[in-house]
Design a protein around this ligand. Structure first.
Ligand code: SF4
Ligand code: SF4
Length: 419
């Protein structure tokens, strides 16, 4: 039996759409394209027409359904809380069942479903980096020298490490008696592209005396496969992660990636069967750190005379879960940081899983607005809580000719904490 819901299971929610159009104000794709088929209302209407048998998945419908970041912004602003992101994801699974996966979707399913292959590809990519990329000044990433399949020339990407984080970190770090025990769900971004964020995560938990287990056989959360419509891959990854994360008893499962948080909490939480149990234990790192008294401990550190001005970008997958204050509270408590708020900090960066692969021109357009907001804030740095957003924001800033570095909040916390 399928663990994920079918499009048919959303019939009731689809019927809740009253066509009020409130979602137009919240949808970044509509904001950039101003076309009805791009907004939640239009996509929900398409899903309804498919369910009623009025239309099939012809080319125009496929195009409109592919024009969604799955950011969930429309759901948060919808009076009836119509879950358009879930409806679009279910429609993409139905398309894959009827027509097969796209070529890119097949690639996503093949790689994510085979962690060993993923490791080998990442290591090979790391070794080929000097051939494919030009190192940008100020360590702000690598720029692709020429187009490769699904990636345009000029795109900024982070270096892929030839030593994935989970291959270099210990299995367990013992904390203090009486403190919680947590499992670290690293996600692919930290494992392959931002291992320094993983190191910073471990340092923060060591500082608070928390015992950390890092299950080495965990897999991708499956969110890229959700975006590609590869339902069976999502289910297989959820099962693998359930086995890895429940082998030892833990109080919490922690993520330092908004997309992984959405995968474990929202996608697994909605699944039939035992995988949904993972959602109840999952916490975002900054929610957990504040619960453990991090802000009070940071307040004891002397405030730096010269501070860096930092602004915060809300990843959609945390903002739509109501996690907006905790990352800001940690940033404001850092002794070397002067926090500044940017305008529209909660607007999507434009990455959207496979969206930026299929619709890079529009993804860049959405990102350009974000880069302008960052520049207008006057901040020297942008911090966030999602490796995918870091990648997209740095690309957008570099295209706009900006100088700001994008970092994970944990990297700034790492600087503040004593060694
Ligand atoms: S805001 Fe919600 S109810 Fe209104 S049109 Fe959009 S999806 Fe439908
Ligand atoms: S999930 Fe995001 S991109 Fe998709 S319709 Fe809603 S607001 Fe627009």
């Amino acid at each position: 039996m399928s663990k994920l819901k079918d499009l048919e299971d959303y019939r009731e929610e689809i019927e809740q759409c009253v066509k009020c159009g409130a979602c137009r104000a919240h949808c970044p794709v509509f904001g950039s394209e101003r076309r009805e088929g791009r907004v939640a209302r239009g996509k929900v209407a398409l899903a309804q027409a498919v369910l009623e048998g009025e239309i099939g998945f012809e080319a125009k419908v496929l195009e409109d359904l592919s024009q969604c970041l799955l950011c969930g912004s429309c759901c948060a602003g919808c009076p009836n809380k119509v879950p358009t992101d879930e409806i679009v994801a279910a429609a993409r699974r139905r398309i894959a069942e009827e027509q097969g996966l796209s070529t890119f979707g097949k690639g996503v399913a093949a790689v994510l479903g085979r962690p060993k292959l993923m490791n080998t590809l990442a290591k090979t990519g790391g070794k080929l980096a000097s051939l494919l990329f030009k190192q940008l000044p100020d360590n702000s990433g690598l720029r692709l020298r020429f187009p490769v399949p699904y990636l345009e020339a000029g795109r900024t990407l982070p270096p892929i490490t030839d030593k994935p984080f989970r291959e270099s970190c210990p299995d367990r770090i013992a904390g203090e008696p009486g403190k919680p025990t947590v499992a670290f769900f690293t996600g692919c971004g930290i494992n392959y592209m931002y291992p320094a964020v993983g190191e910073a995560f471990l340092k923060a938990l060591k500082f608070l005396g928390v015992t950390v287990i890092i299950p080495k056989d965990q897999a991708c959360c499956g969110l890229p496969a959700v975006s590609a419509g590869a339902g069976r891959t999502v289910e297989a990854l959820a099962e693998q992660n359930y086995a890895a994360l429940t082998r030892e008893p833990v109080d919490y499962i922690l993520t330092a990636c908004a997309s992984c948080h959405a995968g474990l909490v929202n996608v697994y939480g909605d699944m039939q069967g035992e995988c949904s149990e993972l959602s109840k234990k999952t916490r975002d790192i900054f929610v957990f750190l504040l619960e453990q008294g991090l802000a009070e401990k940071l307040a004891e550190l002397p405030r730096a005379a010269k501070r860096t001005s930092v602004t915060y970008h809300d990843p959609c997958h945390l903002r739509t879960q109501g996690i907006t204050q905790e990352p800001r509270a940690v940033l404001k408590a850092l002794p070397q940081v002067e926090y500044v708020e940017m305008e529209n900090a909660g607007t999507c960066c434009g990455l959207g899983g496979t969206y930026s692969v299929y619709h890079y021109a529009n993804s860049k357009k959405i990102g350009a607005q974000k880069a302008a907001n960052i520049d207008n804030s006057g901040a020297q740095m942008v911090a966030t809580d999602c490796p995918g957003c870091i990648m997209q924001l740095q690309d957008s800033i570099n295209h706009a000719g900006g100088k700001q570095r994008v970092v994970h909040i944990l990297e700034l916390l790492n600087e503040a904490l004593p060694d």
